[in-house]
Design a protein around this ligand. Structure first.
Ligand code: AMP
Ligand code: MG
Length: 320
């Protein structure tokens, strides 16, 4: 626990998001090393530029395997496993659809249904072939593309936490734009805001956590509107369209931020009722669902405290 309560904030823009690091020491050099580490991982994993290790795999789709570094291989292995879980809405091979929809980027539009049907055929996770011995990845069909956008920030947040721990930091928070990882326990724990959907920086409530990750995925983060309908950035790999259900956002509290990043997508796909039932068997993963009808449903609250700040919302415990 820090001796005094003085908190120092460091910020940068990386991975297309504002990044915030909070430390209890004034240490510009350490903050710079953290931002450099994030940049290095971004350079390996991004699909928003022409070149990265993941883009090398995508460029070689249907042609040949591509050898990648061990961390990239392990992350892809993890993303493939999440994609092949029962009833998973997570799909690492969703790339062709993400690129076609361009949601949140210049030129986003609703693709014709036959385009979506054709692209869906290029999104089978089984067609992402991993070769452990050569540390290589091959996409079997031309046009396939891996997209790690739903998992990379969580993975990187964990690496930042590990790095800070190695450096002897006892207490810190890293916010990678929706993916928060915390180290240690400042006086009273870390307070993390739960955003009110479509309301800028307004909050529904606040969570208090220690040594936990808090990851939120929401339909208000990136979307466009067409003919009065909203299209957001979390796609349903079964239909090829944005997931359409009762949810405005899902927040996951977990030890590892990579789990939080994966489970927000899984919970989006399952919805409140099924999601809470599944989480019954996973006490290490806790969800906070925010519904379009202004309910805040907690699957459980063993590792955090929740304080409601907006009385338009009602808090309910798990219905499972
Ligand atoms: P997140 O903010 O973690 O929910 O990740 C959203 C990003 O993941 C999107 O912007 C896409 O790049 C990608 N994505 C969209 N739908 C899926 C999906 N069903 N499975 C995996 N990644 C997805
Ligand atoms: Mg995610």
């Amino acid at each position: 626990m820090p001796d005094d309560n003085r908190l120092y904030s460091y910020s940068a823009v990386l991975m297309g998001s504002p990044i915030l690091l909070k430390l209890f020491t004034h240490d510009d050099a350490l903050a710079s090393r953290v931002f450099r580490l994030i940049k290095q991982y971004e350079n390996l994993l991004t699909v928003n530029r022409a070149q990265s290790q993941v883009m090398d795999i995508n460029h070689a789709a249907g042609k040949h395997p591509v050898a990648v570094s061990r961390p990239v291989f392990e992350l892809i292995r993890c993303a493939k496993a999440a994609s092949q879980c029962k009833d998973s809405a997570f799909n690492l091979a969703i790339g062709p659809l993400v690129k076609r929809w361009k949601i949140g980027f210049h030129g986003d539009s609703v693709p014709p249904a036959n385009d979506i049907a054709a692209l869906l055929r290029l999104t089978d996770p089984a067609d992402v072939v991993l070769d452990e011995a050569h540390c290589s990845v091959m996409l079997l069909k031309p046009g396939m593309a891996i997209d790690l956008g739903a998992i990379a920030k969580g993975y990187i947040a964990d690496r930042v936490r590990d790095f800070l721990r190695q450096e002897g930091t006892e207490c810190a928070l890293i916010n990678l734009g929706g993916n928060i990882q915390t180290l240690g326990s400042p006086h009273g724990g870390w307070s993390v805001g739960l955003k009110k959907p479509f309301a800028g920086d307004e909050l529904i409530g606040a969570l208090t956590v220690e040594n936990r990750s808090v990851v939120t995925s929401g339909i208000y983060e990136r979307y466009f509107e067409h003919n009065g309908k909203r299209y957001h950035h979390i796609l349903d790999p079964r239909s090829g369209y944005p997931l359409d259900n009762e949810l405005d956002s899902v927040t996951i509290v977990s030890k590892e931020s990579i789990d939080g990043d994966i489970w927000t997508t899984l919970m989006y796909g399952m919805g409140v009722e099924k999601g809470c039932a599944v989480l019954h068997a996973r006490p290490d993963i806790e969800a906070i669902f925010v519904t379009k009808t202004k309910e805040v449903v907690l699957s459980s609250a063993r590792h955090f405290r929740f304080t409601l700040l907006d009385n338009c919302y009602r808090v309910t415990d798990s219905i499972a």
